[in-house]
Design a protein around this ligand. Sequence first.
Ligand code: F6R
Length: 260
Amino acid sequence: MEVVIVPDAKAGGALIAEAIAALLSRKPDALLGVATGSTPLPVYEALAARVRSGALDASRARICQLDEYVGLPADHPESYRSTVLRQVVEPLGLTESSFMGPDGNAEDVQGACDAYDRALAEAGGVDLQLLGIGTDGHIGFNEPCSSLASRTRIKTLTEQTRQDNARFFAGIDEVPHHVITQGIGTILEARHLVLLATGAGKAEAVARSVEGPVSALVPASALQLHPHATVVVDEAAASRLKLADYFRATYAAKPAWQGL
Ligand code: F6R
């Protein structure tokens, strides 16, 4: 995988927004998989700024969700549907018709998961999947020991992830215990995976994912199996990488026209 070390989160957001803009200029109706949480916000802000300035026409882009809480009403402000509509779909000038996600309130949860996997395939597959990483190495909500071949399904959040996400709710008791998440096998089907990690709190998870063995214990290590995976990290999140200097030199020597 390619590891790109940037000075800070804003620079990471700008770099990934540039890659998404390049993708949309090649393929205006590209299917973009988006993550929620704090990390991707600089990407969405940079993309929205490009749209506002007229530098980017995202009007034909399609957006799909990575995961969703189970049992949270779809219009709850912290449902991932509401979050993606607010942070991505609306700022890019898109409508709900360009957006797809799993139904976290379906009576038949596994049926909804299977339907979502089918819908992604029928949409032609995800062109670029943006990922964050949990402090425990999760991607989407594939918590440690998730099958590396898993498909979209219901998962139970670890206490650590519920604590990490409690900041979005009135308290930890309000954080749902269950989520629907694209499986690791589903995520690996996207044509380009772009993982952004920022802050020292992610340094250990990044090092284990990039330089450790591929292991279900560290779900993000599955990116090592993907032919086009890019890991963008700020200096703090890169601080535990043994090969940081090599990654810097490799990226510095890369022709600019190649993009991510
Ligand atoms: C959320 C998701 C999660 C987050 C991860 C990091 O859609 O996929 O894997 O990316 O929990 O969250 P933040 O960015 O808030 O640290």
